[in-house]
Design a protein around this ligand. Structure first.
Ligand code: DAK
Length: 257
């Protein structure tokens, strides 16, 4: 039983993971990151799980790495850090991951949200990389993913001043796709997760992989990957089912083959 988060199975094929360290605004301890990585491993291995929604509380998605824990330890190399293995598991998660963000998403919390494929934000959400205020800098993708998400000028401003941006700024910059009233953030994310869960799983997996390729490869390599993935999907039963269902004016029943 995880102690720092709650997991609910939402039908069909959707898991909801809620970070639960309200006393510290869901600050990311080694324990919390380990439990999150373990839950993502379970979701990854479960063929019935088609999408995961990750959320926090109304006040905070996560206010960053736990500063108390950071003060107690002084880990020199990032590779010696026990949190690193958990971050790698989170990075490798290949099913659709949707973050429903209310309140603070700061430091490691903002980096965690950026690991999601889609971010839905409540109007009161604040995204920031305040590590510079602690004499350090982002270490879980906060320079690389942020710049790709919001562009150079805004990423520089956020990382070098440590000042957060609000949900509307984040949406304009492309960091989040939708802004909702805070009470509907999780509901909206679950709705999107259900919609994705109803699609052909192989198509979803390869489409996600192809889109992520666009973040870290040149256009020619990305297009090569896209053509390859498209060809693979052309030979699947789910492709035949999708087209047959359209022609027969019914909903498709996908099997993942
Ligand atoms: N860690 C620990 N406790 C935290 C916390 C944090 N990051 N953020 C908040 N809390 C605690 C507060 O200490 C307070 O606890 P008590 O004093 O009541 O015991 C409680 O949560 C409520 O917080 P506040 O009283 O401060 O609430 P306010 O509404 O006044 O302010 C705030 C909210 C979010 C503006 C403020 O709490 C704040 O500035 N928090 C710190 C934000 C921050 O600097 N985050 C970045 C941390 S550095 C790595 C990868 C990544 C990282 C590290 C390693 N590897 C790959 C190895 C990431 C580093 C970071 O994220």
């Amino acid at each position: 039983m995880p102690l720092t988060l709650a997991v609910e199975l939402i039908e069909p094929g959707v898991r909801l993971i809620t970070l639960q360290r309200p006393q510290a605004l869901n600050a990311l301890t080694t324990e919390l990151l380990g439990e999150l990585a373990a839950e993502l491993n379970i979701a990854q291995a479960d063929p019935d799980t088609r999408a995961v929604v990750l959320t926090g509380s109304r006040k905070a998605f996560a206010a960053g790495a736990d500063i108390k824990e950071m003060a107690e330890r002084n880990l020199v190399g990032i590779l010696d850090d026990p949190r690193q293995a958990s971050w790698q598991t989170i990075t490798r998660f290949s099913k659709p991951l949707i973050a429903a963000v209310n309140g603070f998403a700061l430091g490691g919390g903002c980096e965690l949200a950026m690991h999601a494929d889609i971010i839905i934000a409540g109007e009161d959400a604040r995204f920031g990389q305040p590590e510079i205020n602690l004499g350090i800098m982002p270490g879980a993708g906060g320079t690389q993913r942020l710049l790709r998400a919001v562009g150079k000028s805004m990423a520089m401003q956020m990382v070098l001043t440590g000042e957060p941006i609000d949900a509307r700024q984040a949406q304009r910059a492309g960091l989040v796709s939708e802004v909702t009233q805070p009470e509907f953030t999780v509901e909206r994310a679950l709705h999107i997760a259900r919609s994705i869960a109803a699609k052909a799983p192989l198509a979803v997996r390869l489409a996600k992989e192809a889109l992520l390729k666009a973040m870290d490869t040149d256009l020619a390599s990305g297009l090569r990957f896209e053509r390859h993935a498209f060809t693979v999907l052309a030979g699947t039963r789910d492709r035949d089912e999708g087209i047959a269902a359209f022609q027969e004016k019914r909903s498709p029943t996908y099997t993942g083959q």
